[in-house]
Write a protein that binds this ligand. Structure first.
Ligand code: ZN
Length: 152
C-alpha cells in the first residue's frame, strides 16, 4: 500500500469533486486536478494562507520584509477582485477569500508579518537562546539521557 504525499493525487481524485477523469462539468471529459506534479506541497485551509506562509518564509530567508505584502494591500486586492466580479468558493461577491472576510485575511497577514519581522530581527540570538536546548538533544530521536539533578 502506498502512503505519503506521493499518493495525494489519488486521494484528491477520490474525495474532491470534479477532480477525477470525466468529472469536470465544462464538457472537456477531464478533471480539475493539475496534470503536473509538485516537488513540495503546502497544505492550508485557505490556499491564500499557504501563499502568505511561503512569502513569509522567503521574507525571512532573504531578510527582506518587502517580500511579504502588507495588510492594506491584502484588503485592497480583495476589494478590487470583488468589484471586478470575482466570486469566491461560497458564491459570495463580498470581499473575502473562501468565505473568510477581509478582517480575517488581513489579520493573518498581520500576524505573519509580525512573526516574520520578529524572526528577522532576533534570529541572530537564536544560538544563544536555543543552543543549550538543542545541546540537551531536544530534536534528537528519544532525546539524550538527562540525569535528574538538583541545583544545590
Ligand atoms: Zn473541463
Amino acid at each position: 500500500m502506498k502512503s505519503g504525499m506521493g499518493t495525494i493525487g489519488m486521494h484528491i481524485r477520490q474525495y474532491v469533486p470534479f477532480t477525477g477523469p470525466g468529472e469536470c462539468i465544462c464538457g472537456c471529459k477531464g478533471g480539475t486536478l493539475a496534470a503536473s506534479g509538485a516537488d513540495h506541497i503546502i497544505t492550508a485551509t485557505c490556499s491564500d494562507w499557504g501563499c502568505y506562509g511561503l512569502m513569509a518564509a522567503l521574507a525571512y530567508l532573504k531578510r527582506d520584509m518587502e517580500i511579504l505584502h502588507r495588510e492594506e494591500m491584502e484588503a485592497e486586492v480583495m476589494r478590487v477582485a470583488s468589484r471586478s466580479g470575482l466570486i469566491d468558493m461560497t458564491g459570495s461577491l463580498l470581499p473575502g477569500i473562501d468565505g473568510f472576510n477581509t478582517r480575517m485575511n488581513t489579520g493573518i497577514v498581520s500576524l505573519m508579518r509580525q512573526c516574520t519581522a520578529y524572526a528577522v530581527r532576533y534570529s541572530h540570538n537564536s544560538d544563544q537562546w536555543f543552543g543549550p536546548v538543542l545541546g540537551k538533544g531536544f530534536f534528537q530521536k528519544g532525546g539524550k539521557e538527562v540525569e535528574n539533578q538538583s541545583c544545590g
